[in-house]
Design a protein around this ligand. Structure first.
Ligand SMILES: C[S@@+](CC[C@H](N)C(=O)[O-])C[C@H]1O[C@@H](n2cnc3c(N)ncnc32)[C@H](O)[C@@H]1O
Length: 221
């Protein structure tokens, strides 16, 4: 069912309050326009299997915004395997001063990302989308080192903790968005095997479906 701008604003407002994140008043209307672009493009390019608008709001937008606490205070974010731009696009819209780079190995997805970045009024100016396979060689791949290196639905945790630190700026953190919560002992053990330390681990639920999620942040020891 189509969600009009007012209903969309209510859903984002209610959802973000439940998640404990603060958004400027101008953010929901811009996210609403982004949803329009996503679903328009999705009709010709396969970007997401989630097409019901209320589900896009929760599973793409609110789930992306849920990790704002882990990126607060950072100057730059690298979103690896960004696909249709999650979590990178909502993070940039919510915190315009963040320098966001998204990378994906599939050209048509990066084509979509570049197109939405160029849409006037979405507040995405300056966001970068790079078409390459991220394999841990930032300079050769044309990717920056960032304060937060983040991914959702990209790799399992061990592979992510092997790859992501190669893209960290000095003092930066690797952020893992996990579907199934792991114990802090398990997160710590996975980190220590790779010379990392666990900075934080937080379980949360998506506000409408109650689906469980976890976000964990790691830094070099
Ligand atoms: C399941 S999708 C997740 C997309 C998005 N992060 C989300 O949560 O909606 C995984 C994405 O990773 C991309 N991908 C897989 N391996 C990659 C690599 N080595 N470098 C960059 N992108 C990659 C795929 O093309 C795909 O778009």
């Amino acid at each position: 069912m189509a969600v009009d701008n007012a209903r969309f604003g209510d859903l984002i407002g209610q959802g973000s309050r439940t998640l404990g994140v603060t958004l400027g008043e101008d953010v929901p209307p811009r996210l609403h326009r982004l949803m329009g672009e996503l679903l328009k493009w999705n009709a010709k390019v396969n970007l997401t299997a989630i097409t019901a608008e209320e589900e896009v709001v929760e599973k793409h937008f609110l789930d992306s915004l849920a990790v704002l606490p882990e990126v607060e205070g950072a100057g730059s974010v690298l979103d690896v395997g960004a696909g249709a731009g999650f979590p990178g696009l909502p993070l940039k819209m919510a915190r315009p001063s963040l320098a966001v780079t998204m990378v994906d190995a599939v050209g048509k997805k990066v084509g979509y990302l570049k197109a939405v970045i160029a849409v006037a009024g979405l507040g995405l100016t300056g966001t970068k989308a790079v078409h390459t396979r991220a394999e841990g060689k930032p300079e050769a791949e044309g990717l920056p080192r960032a304060d937060r290196v983040i991914a959702r639905a990209f790799m399992d945790l061990p592979d992510w903790l092997d790859l992501a630190p190669t893209y960290l700026a000095e003092g930066g953190q690797v952020v893992a968005m996990l579907g199934k919560a792991l114990s802090e002992d398990e997160l710590r053990a996975q980190a220590e095997k790779r010379g990392l330390k666990l900075v934080s681990a937080r379980a949360y639920r998506l506000p409408f479906s109650g689906a469980e999620r976890q976000v964990a942040a790691f830094a070099k020891q």
